[in-house]
Design a protein around this ligand. Structure first.
Ligand code: FRU
Length: 430
């Protein structure tokens, strides 16, 4: 096999080979978690994009199915790009996604797809109704920067969704914008003239917009939760120019169809989900455990030539539960609790002081199965998260070691350090 076993992660989501990017339409249906993602069936570089599909009982062990959405109709024949799922009131999931409908220029329209058979918990087949596309760029919208529909939410008998785009370029360059489309029947969609929100950041890809409980409650909220005083909203955008996912916390005025960030400084590039490699992320509401779960793509940081040589590129971060910090000023994130089930043998250190420049080896564990080319860190109870890709050439297999080190200027007291061996989950048959 051309797939490089030395650098393949142990328990981060990955198909057996080839290129992957954005998470798409995560959803929970009849006891199964569904995960779709941007996938190139023909190689380890971006291109030929289809929606690959995997299912899981626990967000950790994954089984790969056939691709769910592939180019097949005039309005997606040159690519099936990112999108989201909406659970309709009768329990049917609908997928909305961006289709590329002409060669050369990536002219973008929005399509809808429904399960062929609602009684199949694995949702293997998806049907695209003949009335597609449902949304086309009109009224001065830039057709090459108009994509990634969000999960729709319903209020007062009307559905709404967002499409990532740019507003007319002002003095300071292009404004990223999230346009609101509304519908009474989930069929005919009309744009609200002013965007939900915009900022001078360049194009917004993969917007995400969802309610969170105010003041520190960990419980998640359905995207269509009725507005009440103790509900805040989060607007996340993936900034094409910077390649990072930024979010703000604020309020949503559904009458005016406007979102207003709380931060009076109005800095749209202050808070990141992750201060490492994490892009095009998307949340979903998990009704089974009443939590909001965040998926994000971690690209490689090696060269394209290395990706081609190893036969694969891209992983997904461990899904994270997200909730609002008690201060109301930022989110907290923590890996979903199911990942703990992979823990095996452990070692614990207590009350050790590390002087500046000192390090301490954590011994007694088999490190060969830990996660090779990815390190994901959660600091201060989930206030700050950093996902890094690493490509060790020496610290591989039995030569990998685990250390606590102090590179600072003051003593550090390690009151308690616990480390585990990790088992390997089912990972799409790889
Ligand atoms: C983000 C993105 C999306 C687009 C998709 C195409 O990484 O560029 O805006 O829909 O990837 O694969």
């Amino acid at each position: 096999s051309i797939v490089d076993p030395q650098l393949r992660p142990g328990y981060h989501f990955q198909p057996p080979k080839n290129w992957i990017n954005d998470p798409n339409a995560p959803l929970y249906y009849k006891g199964w978690y569904h995960f779709f993602y941007q996938y190139n069936p023909r190689g380890a570089v971006w291109g030929n994009i289809v929606w690959a599909h995997s299912v899981s009982r626990d967000l950790i062990n994954w089984v790969a199915l056939e691709p769910a959405i592939e180019p097949s109709i005039p309005s997606d024949q040159y690519g099936c790009w990112s999108g989201s799922a909406t659970m309709l009131p009768d329990g049917t999931p609908a997928i909305m996604y961006t289709g590329i409908d002409r060669p050369g220029v990536s002219y973008q329209v929005q399509n809808v797809a429904y399960p062929r058979n609602r009684s199949d918990p694995l949702l293997r087949e998806w049907v695209k109704p003949g009335y597609n596309p449902i949304i086309v760029p009109e009224g001065g919208i830039n057709a090459t920067q108009f994509r990634d529909p969000t999960t729709a939410w319903r209020a007062g008998g009307r559905w709404r969704l967002l499409v990532g785009s740019v507003a007319a370029a002002g003095g300071g360059g292009a404004r990223g914008a999230a346009f609101v489309y509304r519908s009474r029947d989930f069929l005919r969609w009309a744009r609200v003239r002013r965007p939900l929100h915009s900022a001078p950041t360049g194009m917004w890809e993969c917007p995400d917009f969802y309610p969170v409980e105010a003041a520190g409650r960990r419980e998640g909220l359905d995207t269509s939760v009725p507005g009440r005083p103790r509900v805040k909203y989060v607007l996340k955008n993936s900034l094409d120019l910077r390649r990072y996912d930024y979010y703000t916390v604020g309020t949503y005025d559904r009458r005016a169809e406007r979102y207003v960030p709380d931060d009076p400084a109005g800095d749209e590039c202050r808070l990141r989900y992750d201060y490492g490699n994490f892009y095009a992320s998307k949340t979903f509401y998990d009704p089974a455990r009443r939590r909001r779960v965040l998926w994000g793509w971690a690209n490689e940081s090696d060269t394209t030539a290395d990706d081609v040589a190893k036969g694969w590129a891209g992983i997904q971060a461990i899904p994270r539960t997200v909730w609002l910090d008690p201060s109301g000023k930022q989110l907290l994130q923590w890996p979903v609790e199911e990942v703990d089930a992979l823990r095996g043998k452990s070692v614990t250190l207590k009350g050790r002081v590390l002087k500046p420049g000192q390090h301490l080896e954590v011994t007694g564990l088999q490190t060969a199965q830990i996660d090779r080319s990815v390190v994901e860190s959660f600091g201060a109870g989930g206030e700050t998260c950093i996902l890094s890709r690493v490509y060790p050439s020496l610290a591989i297999g039995k030569n990998a070691r685990l250390y606590a080190f102090n590179n600072g200027k003051a003593d550090v007291k390690v009151s308690r350090l616990k480390a585990w061996e990790m088992r390997k989950p089912l990972m799409n048959g790889a």
